[in-house]
Design a binder for this molecule. Structure first.
Ligand code: SAM
Length: 305
């Protein structure tokens, strides 16, 4: 049946995805089964630039050439409709003389990208040449910049991550715990921590959930506050221990003992895979985390009596 703008309902749906129009005017992709919208309150590219590209200081990292010219590796976890991937490519193309960049995108259902490409005028950020190549061949090589390449790892991220080159940056943009609980578990983040292979890695994600942050901490990451996004007052930046030595670490706002106090009081402090009989040990890991050892005690509110 044609809708208001003359397109058939068929044309704006594909598999489990449909085009969603925000009242602010931009289009994004909605998963029909869960109702979750990718980049719901902010235009896809605005959020992609703000949360992932700018916070990771990607342009600055690309300007710093390592001696062996090895590529910077970004894991784009949850390719979806491609906004985060396009923002990384856009950033690369603006830096002259950048070091090589290898963008690795993980996705287990390409229908959202296919749909966005089919409706490309609604998703003007999508590069038709690159997206067509990634969908057809799982690979795109920039014809202008020899150092810029993009590869797709199709399938379940928890399995495909084992075959990927270790990352420098991770854009972790999975659906929420409501529909993808297993991707926010202690088990998932432990696996991810191992896949970082002792390297200096920073992970950027839109969540600020207490349980998700606790899962990242218990897996071995150190956490800083990320800037706000849409309705979320803050987001999260996770660092491997090796990343704490980088100059970028000095610019972060680290979670301190005030967060620990909040976590202690929280009714939702455990990730889904921590069984009741494992909770005590989990609490010990969080309370003993190196991140909080030198953290100043939380500020006390002045007494009113
Ligand atoms: C929030 S959307 C990503 C939005 C995307 N980053 C963008 O910029 O448009 C999450 C994506 O993760 C994918 N996904 C969910 N579970 C996955 C899994 N186990 N492995 C790989 N991809 C998964 C979904 O199909 C969906 O496309």
């Amino acid at each position: 049946m044609p809708n208001d703008d003359g397109m058939s309902a068929q044309a704006i749906r594909l598999g489990d995805y449909e085009v969603h129009r925000a009242w602010e005017g931009f289009a994004s992709i909605r998963q029909i089964s869960s109702g979750e919208i990718m980049h719901s309150r902010t235009a896809p590219m605005e959020e992609a630039r703000k949360l992932y590209v700018e916070q990771s200081y990607l342009a600055e990292r690309l300007r710093k050439k390592p001696r062996n010219d090895e590529p910077l590796v970004i894991w784009d976890v949850g390719l979806g409709a491609g906004a985060n991937a396009m923002a990384a490519i856009e950033c690369y193309e603006k830096v002259s003389g950048a070091r090589p960049l290898q963008l690795l995108s993980f996705e287990n259902d390409l229908d959202s990208l296919r749909l966005a490409l089919r409706q490309q005028p609604d998703f003007p950020y999508l590069r038709v040449d690159a997206t067509t190549a990634i969908l057809a061949n799982g690979h795109w090589q920039s014809s202008i910049d020899a150092g810029l390449s993009w590869r797709l790892l199709p399938g379940d991220f928890l399995e495909t991550m084992e075959r990927a080159a270790a990352p420098d940056l991770i854009f972790y943009d999975m659906f929420s715990t409501k529909s993808s609980a297993h991707l926010w578990t202690l088990g998932a983040f432990r696996k991810l921590f191992v896949a970082c292979a002792g390297r200096a890695v920073e992970l950027f994600t839109y969540t600020c959930s207490t349980a998700n942050r606790a899962a990242l901490l218990a897996a071995g990451f150190h956490l800083a506050r990320g800037r706000n996004a849409g309705e979320k007052i803050e987001t999260t930046i996770a660092h491997t221990p090796a990343a704490l030595r980088s100059s970028f670490a000095r610019r972060r706002e680290w979670l301190g003992s005030d967060w620990l106090v909040k976590w202690n009081r929280s009714a939702a402090k455990f990730p889904a895979d921590v069984a009741p009989n494992e909770r005590w040990a989990f609490e010990e890991i969080i309370r003993g985390h190196e991140q909080f050892r030198n953290s100043p005690p939380p500020k006390r509110l002045p007494s009113t009596t």
